[in-house]
Write a protein that binds this ligand. Structure first.
Ligand code: PMV
Length: 367
């Protein structure tokens, strides 16, 4: 499959103006994506749980403009104009213009808000870029679909989601895993039917009851701006001494996860997921320049989780993204006990005691 598939034929319908609103969630990777080739092609396949409560809601209002010169758009976060968001969106528009040739025909107003605090240190790029990509796909769908009177052209739901994921990937790699749920794979893997480097696909195999409605409580250890952007981090995998071993390991971990998910093997799941999180950070610590994104409280929390697990036999575990916050993962049936443990023992390590209770979700929604 190539990118060509996403270049549209000339649009059949004239559309003057309109608006669409989409909500799209964040996601948390179990096997991590870290390292990419040109055009946001991942060096290794990854898989994530889609979240339910942490999401972005974006309204895109569009109106035809007279000239075709340059992109014309304005961005608002929580009703406040955000000119500092514009360069990222301009870069995104440039990357996707060949796939969305209408971009210069309209003026766009992008109004966005997150259900989680912007300064929480939770990356809003996955939810934000996927919500924007979906709004743009709704515009394209309107331009493509002919009136019922003429020869009806319909965009299939499958193509819509696939192209939206393809576009979201060009905005922020992991954003392509936010459109569906509850498990999404991105990156070609020999054993996973339909997997692609170009977009995320729903995990196609059997998943044991143990992993249904899995819980994720996000402990906000450090709400500051990231010290190292993920773009810089991914680039440091070029020429990294352990890069190839890491990419092989991620492939192997994803293979191993197939039977773990099928059999409901929680111990093997814990070992794989925690090792992935620590390996991600080990890659950062062993790059040149090297950096540490964990904070002392990140380690305090990890140690508390290990002690709790040893003392109680709980199947709680942690994962990390490219920051100091800790995602605490646990089966639904342990909810009461683990939430009590979090309140009694872990909240003290969170900045201002802040944390977010979330769980697995099923992806984006047109509002
Ligand atoms: O989507 P990006 O470029 O911000 O990269 C995200 C990378 C990690 O969150 C660290 C891992 C992942 O697979 O989501």
């Amino acid at each position: 499959m190539t990118e060509e598939k996403f270049i549209p034929k000339p649009y059949s319908k004239a559309v003057e103006k309109g608006n669409f609103t989409w909500s799209s969630p964040s996601n948390i990777a179990l096997v991590k994506y870290w390292g990419k080739k040109e055009r946001q092609i991942p060096e290794n396949p990854s898989i994530s749980f889609t979240l339910n409560n942490c999401k972005t809601i974006t309204k895109l209002t569009f109106s035809k403009k007279q000239n075709h010169s340059g992109f014309s758009f304005e961005v608002f976060l929580d009703d406040e104009k955000k000119d500092d968001f514009k360069p990222k969106i301009e870069t995104f528009f440039n990357r996707v213009e060949q796939y969305l040739p209408f971009l210069k025909d309209f003026h766009f107003k992008i109004e966005t808000s997150n259900t989680f605090p912007h300064s929480s240190g939770i990356a809003s790029s996955a939810s934000g870029m996927s919500a924007l990509a979906l709004c743009l796909m709704s515009v394209e769908k309107e331009l493509v679909e002919s009136d019922v009177t003429s020869s009806a052209v319909e965009m299939s739901d499958e193509f819509f989601i696939q192209k939206a994921s393809f576009l979201a990937r060009l905005g922020s790699g992991s954003a392509c895993r936010s459109l569906e749920g509850d498990l999404v794979v991105w990156g070609k893997h020999d054993e996973i039917t339909g997997s692609s480097d170009l977009f995320g696909v729903k995990y196609p195999f059997e998943v044991h009851e143990n992993f249904k409605n899995y819980q994720d409580t996000i402990l906000l250890v450090d709400k500051g701006e990231k010290q190292v952007s993920s773009t810089v981090g991914h680039n440091l995998m070029h020429g990294h001494p352990f890069a190839q071993q890491r990419f092989n390991q991620a492939n192997q971990n994803l293979s191993n996860l197939i039977s773990i998910l099928k059999e409901g093997d929680l111990d093997a799941f814990i070992a794989l997921v925690e090792s992935e999180a620590l390996t991600l950070h080990a890659m950062m610590m062993t790059s040149m320049p090297y950096f540490i994104l964990m904070k002392p409280n990140t380690l305090e929390i990890i140690n508390k989780i290990w002690t709790f697990r040893k003392n109680t036999g709980s199947k709680v575990c942690f994962t990390l993204d490219a920051g100091a916050n800790v995602h605490v993962l646990f089966p639904e049936k342990e909810k009461d006990g683990v939430l009590k443990f979090i309140k009694n023992e872990l909240v003290a390590y969170c900045q201002n005691g802040h944390y977010i209770s979330d769980r697995i979700g099923f992806g984006s929604k047109l509002l």
